[in-house]
Design a protein around this ligand. Sequence first.
Ligand code: ZN
Length: 301
Amino acid sequence: MSLSVPVFLKEREEDNSKFVEIQQSQTTCIAAEDPLQNLCLASQEVLKKAQQNGRSKCLKCGGSRMFYCYTCYVPVENVPVEQIPHVKLPLKIDIIKHPNETDGKSTAVHAKLLAPEFVNIYTYPCIPEYEEKDHEVALVFPGPKSVSVKDISFHLQKKSQNSVRGKNDDLDNPSIKRKKTEERDLNDSKCKDTTLKKIVFIDSTWNQTNKIFTDERLQGLLQVELKTRKTCFWRHQKGKPDTFLSTIEAIYYFLVDYHTDILKEKYKGQYDNLLFFYSFMHQLIKNAKCPGDKETRKLTH
Ligand SMILES: [Zn+2]
């Protein structure tokens, strides 16, 4: 199996200057057509070895798995946690998973494995209550009401102002109305920080997604749409266009947009390692399509 990801970066990205330098020096010989070829990734040697040795044990539940356990969200014995990259994210991520989604197929687990302290996975219908937080949380979901990443701050602010107005309308005693309104305006404008702090993704097939999306607990959230990107997902969902992203791709592309459009910083590969497992598995599947490649048949959860 030949793996043509160009950058093998052993150190974690704390040393940012080195990180950038390595990336820039190696970006010249890159094929443009496959976006996964351009990534700035940690060494995937550990995955290569694990794949050659076959499944190993999950240290939590004892299950036999390849690379990681999709029920415990930890890497297996053959893939020591110190040898997989640790990605720092600029905000928290909630992933809401449909209970019928086949665990082994979901790429949401990749995010939890690679950025454990930033990512939480919930199984529908057990989801958090966002009502009081809707000025700092948004949901990635394409639709007529969705806004683009660069407009998130504007819309969160608008939402927060509308909710203040809504509350004031509820006060029907005219004598206290004026005073309360003033207090409330002051409090809300002072205390309500409308910076995006958490982004929510739905992880399920298209048909199931709609059921989760229409849950009233999510209806109050600002909906965000990603710029169209072509998916590299190897399990194309039947009848879906190739712009339908897998969950880890959607998370990755959201963060890239967030970085450039909201943080206003140049993107230098900071979140590329979120595709550490994905790009490796994608490569295996791609090779499996070529006749005569035996290695890849081992790759089934
Ligand atoms: Zn397990």
